[in-house]
Design a protein around this ligand. Structure first.
Ligand code: PHE
Length: 449
């Protein structure tokens, strides 16, 4: 792939949607969303989350696509091209940094999916009760270097795909496998809601208690929204730069937000009824998903078969997300520093593994990288999801609304007037006024809390 002469682009419309949705759909939906929802009071969180996704998700995503496609550049280059010699490229640098940070702890959990594929294949959950499965999850964390090894394997896998380039790599994998994940979640969901005592879980998920909406819930939902949709750090600027000039950016943004939210909701419907049924606390955090899901398979016809498929698909969902994280960094290194794609990939993967090792080892009991319940892993997650991504999103909408301006925005979303794009005025209004205000208010309410 000749990145320096002619930019690679996505081959087809379905290719862009699946690549962007592949980035969005991942551990954020199936692992992080239930954790956050469980920690933040259930349905009340879901309500705020949905508001964030609809009100902010679509405008921020569209802003990123516009910046990327208009500039035909990586996240740093994009701002430099659109407003030369201004300070705006700092938003791009923040994104690259955030890419490293997220990839570093995300690859930890991605590595677990590989361990769990192995457990599933060797039928290691069969006949075990919840206490045993929970203990084995803890034991696994305590084998710190085993975590790091899986993490390294996952980073290597990501590097391999990114190394092969956008069209042969990213698109091919996402296109077939994400719909399959959807199907298996439906099957799991049906089993989950028909378990004894499942109703309580549905009540927790869908019956909001408004008194539970606190500043923490707002900040958590905002961070989760940005994290889940891969917003605020330039993934979608980078991918936007690979979208063809005659593709419809608005409908792409709508499709991606819809698919991502659907998968998160399905994950909630799979996890909570089952968790209540088995007696896993909704605040169980990391164990919520990794312990509940094997228990569901234990109660299911052909559980072995589905369990293997589920963890393979989870790993692939994670992979299409890590690919996008790495792509941001690699596009930046190759284009800004004129280093070959191969080397850029190797450099980025090595740094990620170095930093990521601390994240993995911090989850061991008595780890030197954890103190009073605060782990390096948790801190990286909090810093990137709850602070850097919303901050990046804030700057991106301010840039689009006030710097790029209405005419350039309209020109890009209508493909130079070829498309009608009836929602463009409303979306631009949100980008210019509502989104910056909403993000700021949530930030401030979080600080006050
Ligand atoms: N959106 C991904 C997920 O839900 C994670 C991600 C965040 C990917 C930010 C890229 C950028 O799993």
């Amino acid at each position: 792939m000749e990145i320096n002469n002619k930019r690679d682009s996505f081959g087809s419309k379905i290719g862009i949607i699946s690549a962007a949705a592949g980035s969005a759909i991942g551990l954020g939906n199936i692992y992080r969303f239930p954790c956050e929802l469980g920690d933040n009071g259930g349905a009340a969180f879901l309500l705020v989350y949905l508001a964030v996704v609809i009100l902010l998700g679509i405008p921020v995503m569209l802003s990123e696509f516009v910046i990327g496609r208009r500039s035909q550049s990586n996240t740093v280059g994009a701002f430099q091209k659109l407003v030369p010699k201004s300070g705006w490229s700092i938003v791009g640098y923040m994104g690259v940094l955030c890419g490293f940070l997220i990839f570093s702890f995300y690859s930890t959990v991605s590595g677990w999916t590989l361990e769990y594929i192995l457990k599933a294949i060797t039928n290691s959950f069969r006949g075990k009760d919840l206490a045993t499965i929970e203990q084995e999850f803890i034991d696994f964390h305590n084998m710190g270097w085993r975590n790091v090894l899986w993490q390294a394997a996952f980073i290597f896998l990501t590097g391999y795909v990114v190394f092969k380039g956008v069209k042969d790599g990213i698109e091919k994998y996402a296109k077939i496998l994400m719909p399959l994940l959807f199907v298996i979640l439906i099957i799991l969901g049906i089993r989950s809601i028909t378990l004894p005592g499942a109703k309580e879980g549905l009540v927790f998920l869908f019956k909001p208690d408004f008194s539970k909406i606190t500043g923490d819930v707002l900040v958590g939902a905002l961070g989760q929204g940005f994290f889940s949709l891969s917003l605020g750090m330039g993934v979608l600027i980078t991918y936007g730069s690979y979208i063809k000039k005659n593709d419809n950016l608005t409908s792409t943004a709508f499709s991606v937000v819809f698919a991502d939210t659907l998968i998160a909701l399905l994950a909630g419907i799979v996890i909570f009824p089952a968790a209540f049924s088995f007696g896993v606390k909704p605040t169980a955090g990391m164990g919520l998903v990794f312990n509940t899901i094997p228990m569901i398979f234990n109660q299911m016809h052909s559980g072995y078969f589905f369990c293997v498929i589920f963890f393979v698909l989870l790993a692939i969902a994670a992979l299409t997300s890590t690919i996008s994280l790495l792509e941001v960094v690699v596009a930046f290194i190759t284009e800004q520093h004129h280093i070959k794609r191969e080397w850029a990939t190797v450099i980025a993967c090595c740094i990620t593994l170095l930093v990521g090792t601390f994240a993995s080892l911090s989850l061991m009991e008595n780890s030197p990288f954890a103190k009073d319940g605060y782990t390096v892993f948790g801190m990286m997650d909090f810093l990137s999801s709850n602070i850097l991504l919303p901050l990046g999103g804030l700057l991106i909408v301010i840039f689009t609304g006030w710097k790029l301006g209405k005419s350039q925005f309209f020109d890009e979303v209508t493909n130079g007037g070829a498309l009608k794009s009836p929602l463009k005025a409303i979306i631009f209004f949100i980008i210019r006024y509502l989104a910056p205000l909403a993000i700021l208010v949530v930030f401030i309410s979080g600080l006050i809390n």
